[in-house]
Structures are given as C-alpha cells and as structure tokens.
Ligand binder design. Structure first.
Ligand code: AMP
Length: 435
C-alpha cells in the first residue's frame, strides 16, 4: 500500500480556504495575511520596528534565556542535535530578540529600541484547542527603558491590537514581582510557609517548592489556592523603588484608560521576569484562556552575556488564540482574494490573445484569471463562478475582429462591450468602484 503522509500532531497547514485540523477550524491564508498586516500597521503606529530572527537557536540560549526550571525548557523543547551542536526550534522569541540586540549592538542606534516580531514557535505540549506544537506568536520588546511609561505603553499597545479586531471581552491582570532581591527574599518566605504543608501539595508543586516556589502561586488547584490565601504576600515584600514603579505603571494605565485588576498571584511561567508582569485573558476561550502575556525582564541581557543590564519589557501573544477569540466574538474575516476579471476565450486565436492580454493586465496591477486547460466556454464560465470573479471578459474571434470584448459584471449580470485598447482602464476604474 502506498504510504500517505500527514501533518505532525499539534501542527497544521494553513490553506487558501478555512480548513479543519484535529477538530479546530484553521482560518485560510487571506485571513492570516489580513490579521498580520493589521498587526504590523498597529505596531508601526506605536513606533515599533520589525525584527526577524531564525527559527533555530542554540539550545543554551533558550535554556538560559527562558530558565532551566521552566516547563518550556525542562519538558517542551524540540531539540535538534547535529554533531556536537544542540539547537532548538524556538519556543518563544524574547530570548532570540535580546540575543539579536546584543549581537548587533542595536543600542548603538541610539535611544530606546522598540522591536516587534510575528512568526512560528514550537513547544512539545499535549495538543488541544488553543494549544498546538507549532503555533504563531506576535509580540514586541522595548529595550533600554526602565521607566513605567514603557510598561504602560506596552500594555496599552497589546490591548489596542485586540480592540482593533473587535475583542473587548477580556480581562487584564497585572502584578509586580519586584527586583531580584525582593524575589529572593520572597521566595524564601514562601518556601518557609509552604514547607510544613508539603504533603498537601500536588506533585508538580512539591517539585516547584524546591526549584521555583513562585510558580506555585499560579496553581489552579483549589486546595493549594486555599493554602496560598494565608501565605506571605509578594506585595508586602516590594521595596520602595519597586512599589513606586508599580504605582506609576498603574497611574499611566489610568491615563490611557486601560482597565486592569491587580493579581498578586500572577507570576507567569518564564524565569526572567521581574517587576511588572501582566496577562490578558478572554472568557470566550475555554481552558486555554490566555490571549497574551508579558512582563519586565531587566536581568535577561546580563544572563545572556551583556556587561551592563538592559532594562526591558515585552509581551507575546498567540495568533491562533486571537483567531479563536475573533470567531467567538463573531468577527468576519476576509475570504479568498477574488479576481478582478476572469477571461473566457473561444477558439485558438482568442486563447492566444487572452494569454497575452492577461499578462499585460497583470503587469498593470490587475488580478486576472484565465483558463489553463483548454476548456469549453461553459467550463470556463463555471471556473469564473468558482473563483467568484468580479467580471468575466468574453473573447471570441468575432469580438477580436470588431475590436471589442464583452465584459459581464457577475454581481449585476450587466454586460458591456469594451474596446480592446480601453480594457485595462475600464477594469481598473470599475475595480476601484466595486472593491
Ligand atoms: P507564553 O510565552 O507562554 O506566555 O505565551 C504567550 C502567548 O502565546 C500565550 O498567551 C498564548 O496566546 C500563546 N501560546 C503559548 N503557547 C501556545 C501553544 N502551545 N499553542 C498556541 N498558543 C500558544
């Protein structure tokens, strides 16, 4: 039996039309192109510039950048070994962007670097709705600013993107983890509080108690939540400078009219966060409710070898969850790009003329379809209908002799004779009107 190949579990093809993969609807390429271009446009308005980094990075970069104790690094990396080298398919893009910033000395461009990205990421999680093994993130990073304005602008940009797509049924949670000393002191306080209750913790949390007790704070387990209600609070450990920074972030968010709730348990999965953390959730998404999240990571650059710390903040968001939220909100997305005109040719001479004319029209910017199989007139008309062409241009030897072609508007059914030399102009002007 011939072998047939399929996409790997947790990955999917993006086709011209909407398709279904493992029970989930995958929008077609026109929808992806549209959403990506709107995201790029909003990023530009907020004065961000795009960077594109490789899909493959050194394993060590991600291990250091994301943190060896995290789920991502300890369980979810796709590793590629080659000779003595070890690479990973990037599970996120912050560490790669900071690597690029350091490698290319982007600080020398002057000012604050405001960078964004859109592209695939890979995590070996168990796939379910809203959670894939290859997914797409968009996100941005501000490098070189520790002011609370950078935090608030970043958060408001994130919200603006969802608002632009009609997604307003969201909740923004924010927290401050304080600086490194605060976190070290708090980590110990939390560990001392939880240690006597170790038996009551889930297996995962018991492991985290030793390696990364802060992660226990974002547990979903009811019993653990009750236990945590009596735990020392991170907010009480913030020093004066951290407190001031956190207050300022909130004041600037108020300035921009961004609604938020404070969540003292919001720590997020990645090791490198300090001070501000935030997450945007939707109630419409089911189990995978996080649309986007991020935070400040002033210590990451030195972790990756920088001599000086680089104060920085970023967010990352999932494209697939944005699409799920849009679908829940009933937002319409563009379908296929339809041709401005489809040529129907009758006979050999007409077919040659059409072949040349289609090329000429494409060179002046029109989207033109034509028959590639020598089909009958009826079959060509069917193809024009299938492609939902705006107009059909009917060309036979009679028309060529008369120097005119018949142009039929497919929506109204109206037909007009147009002189050959006027065809491009006619299609261009009426395209503007109907598009
Ligand atoms: P994280 O870096 O884990 O906070 O991820 C940032 C965002 O990326 C999340 O809020 C999700 O929208 C999206 N995301 C993360 N992991 C996945 C995944 N496995 N599948 C789909 N989207 C994901």
């Amino acid at each position: 039996m011939a072998q047939s190949f399929r996409t790997i579990r947790g990955t999917f093809d993006i086709l011209p039309d909407t398709s279904t993969s493992e029970g989930t609807s995958i929008p077609g390429t026109p929808a992806w192109q549209y959403v990506e271009s709107r995201i790029r446009e909003i990023m530009r308005r907020y004065d961000f510039e795009e960077v594109r980094t490789p899909i493959l990075e050194e394993t060590e970069l991600i291990a250091r950048g994301v943190g060896a104790q995290t789920d991502i690094v300890s369980k979810e990396m796709f590793v590629v070994e080659r000779g003595d080298s070890s690479y990973v398919l990037r599970p996120e893009v912050t560490a790669p962007v900071v690597r690029a910033y350091l490698q290319h000395h982007l600080a020398q461009r002057g000012g604050v670097q405001k960078l964004y990205y859109i592209g695939p990421c890979f995590r070996a999680e168990s796939p379910q709705k809203g959670r894939y093994r290859q997914f797409h993130q968009f996100g941005c990073e501000v490098l070189g600013a520790d002011d609370a304005r950078a935090d608030a602008e970043m958060i408001s940009l994130m919200i603006a993107i969802y608002r632009e797509f009609g997604i307003t049924n969201t909740r923004l949670r924010i927290n401050s983890l304080g600086g490194p000393e605060t976190r070290t002191a708090y980590r110990e306080a939390l560990r001392s509080y939880l240690q006597p209750h170790a038996e009551e913790l889930t297996e995962t949390s018991r492991k985290r108690l030793a390696t990364n007790p802060l992660r226990i704070l974002d547990t979903k387990d009811e019993g653990e939540r009750r236990l945590l209600a009596g735990a020392p609070q991170l907010a009480d450990h913030l020093d004066e400078v951290d407190r001031l920074h956190y207050d300022q972030v909130q004041r600037y968010l108020d300035d921009l009219g961004v609604a938020f709730v404070e969540d003292p348990y919001l720590v997020r999965g990645l090791d490198y966060y300090g001070r501000t953390t935030f997450e945007l959730e939707s109630d419409d998404l089911g189990a995978q409710s996080a649309l986007a999240g991020g935070g400040r990571y002033d210590m990451l650059a030195t972790e990756l070898g920088a001599k000086q710390p680089v104060p920085a903040i970023g967010f990352a968001a999932g494209m697939e969850r944005l699409f799920l939220a849009m679908s829940a909100a009933g937002v319409e997305l563009p379908g296929r790009h339809v041709p401005d005109a489809f040529f129907v040719a009758l006979g050999d001479d007409a077919a040659h003329w059409v072949f040349r004319e289609a090329q000429r029209l494409r060179e002046v910017g029109l989207h033109v379809g034509l028959d590639l199989k020598g089909r009958s007139m009826k079959a060509q008309m069917r193809e024009a209908n299938r492609q939902e062409a705006r107009r059909v241009v009917i060309v036979g030897s009679d028309e060529l002799e008369r120097g005119k072609v018949a142009v039929r508007d497919m929506a109204s059914g109206e037909q007009e004779d147009i002189a050959l030399e006027r065809l491009a102009d006619y299609l261009r002007t009426t395209t503007g009107e109907t598009a």
